[in-house]
Design a protein around this ligand. Structure first.
Ligand SMILES: CC(C)(COP(=O)(O)OP(=O)(O)OC[C@H]1O[C@@H](n2cnc3c(N)ncnc32)[C@H](O)[C@@H]1OP(=O)(O)O)[C@@H](O)C(=O)NCCC(=O)NCCS
Length: 195
């Protein structure tokens, strides 16, 4: 039953083809590649992410993650994607549109991570561009927000090179790597030039 629900929700979301990357909703068959990549990238990712639960890369945790994704997709709350290198369909990272606010807001947040061995090759730049087109086009949102730690030079560069504008500084905005930390706030509007 859960399997059919997964299929139904995932099938409503198109596969997104970008420049050098393909974005697709995660599925159970991604587990081996995903768990290996996350495990190999643990020390690269942990300073920039919420603390990983002890069982984070287990098969059971991945199954629970997929169930949450299905619920959020069904409710138009979040759209998670895995990022594949287009040339060989290798799983390289993930990007998510989350915290969708409709009504008078029509705004979302985005988050992203890249496997350590694939960082610095322009793949996340291509993925964020593709995701932004999806958010403004398919989802008809008009504002995309992103937050990053003030010392995350790679994330700042990624946001600024894709056209995000710095809008502010939020004190103790998110609990990252076990500590409430200040963040820079960025946004891209539908009318901004996506670079
Ligand atoms: C941030 C992240 C997703 C970027 O992914 P990526 O695939 O490496 O991104 P790209 O290669 O498309 O672009 C990264 C840009 O940052 C630059 N960059 C990378 N490390 C940098 C550093 N330490 N200082 C300054 N610039 C840096 C790259 O040179 C590139 O810019 P360029 O194209 O002008 O040369 C990846 O580094 C990552 O997962 N980091 C750890 C987790 C994380 O920070 N998540 C986001 C939390 S907000």
């Amino acid at each position: 039953m859960a399997f059919f629900r997964t299929l139904a929700a995932a099938e409503t979301v198109p596969v997104l083809n970008g420049d050098s990357v393909t974005l697709r909703v995660p599925q159970m068959s991604d587990y081996p590649a995903w768990s290996a990549l996350r495990e190999q990238s643990r020390s690269f990712l942990q300073p920039w992410e919420p603390s990983w639960p002890a069982d984070d890369v287990s098969r059971l945790a991945f199954r629970k993650r997929l169930k949450r994704y299905v619920r959020e997709l069904d409710q138009d709350q979040a759209y998670p994607f895995f990022v594949f290198r287009a040339a060989d369909h290798t799983l390289v990272g993930g990007v998510t549109v989350s915290q969708i606010r409709r009504g008078v807001s029509q705004t979302c947040s985005i988050g992203y991570w890249m496997g350590a061995r694939y960082a610095g090759q322009g793949l996340m730049t291509a993925a964020v561009r593709t995701l932004a087109q999806f958010a403004f086009g398919h989802l008809k949102l008009r504002r995309i927000e992103a937050a990053c730690l003030p010392h995350n030079a790679a994330s700042i560069r990624l946001l600024e090179k894709t056209g995000f504008k710095r809008e502010g500084y939020a004190r103790e905005y998110l609990c990252i790597d076990g500590a409430w930390q200040d963040h820079l706030l960025y946004a891209l509007l539908r009318g901004d030039a996506l670079r």
